[in-house]
Design a protein around this ligand. Structure first.
Ligand code: ZN
Length: 156
């Protein structure tokens, strides 16, 4: 998708969610779309301030939360590290490195359809437990053979 199209869709999504379209939100979204590293807010801040020097970390946090609120990004929370952000909002599998916190996407062959199979098999059991499932998130944890040496300077 080209940048112009992405921006139009961002405008539309923010508007539907009752949120304002701002240059900062656009810059944060553009950066998020340009990387597959699932950056932390701090990493987004370091990158976006190259373009908008006066942007603050607090503003970057608010921009990211606005993107999540309008459905244009996903927040990946972690118990033992900062949250990361993903421009992908489709169902996909994450691999998380327990040492560095680095998160990468695992591209599954289509026929695996892990999310659909898991959700179908769990639904009855969850209902019996009084739990209504709304989503399935699959995160595999372990160690990459070749982690980025420092996740805060991960290549784009
Ligand atoms: Zn992802």
């Amino acid at each position: 998708m080209n940048t112009h199209q992405e921006n139009l869709e961002l405008r539309e999504a923010l508007s539907v969610a009752g949120l304002r379209y701002t240059a900062q939100r656009e810059a944060v979204y553009q950066y998020l779309c340009s990387v597959s590293t699932h950056p932390t807010a701090e990493e987004v801040y370091q990158a976006v301030r190259q373009r908008i020097p006066r942007i603050s970390l607090a503003t970057v946090y608010k921009c990211l939360e606005a993107l999540v609120a309008c459905g244009k990004a996903t927040k990946i929370s972690s118990a033992d590290g900062p949250a990361r952000y993903d421009h992908r909002t489709d169902r996909h599998v994450h691999m998380r490195d327990l040492r560095t916190g680095e998160v990468r996407d695992l591209e599954l062959p289509h026929e695996l359809r892990l999310h659909d199979r898991l959700q179908a098999q769990l639904e009855d059991l969850l209902r019996q437990n009084g739990f209504r499932i709304t989503d399935v998130r699959i995160e595999l944890v372990g160690y990459f053979d070749k982690p980025y040496s420092n996740s805060s300077s991960a290549p784009a």
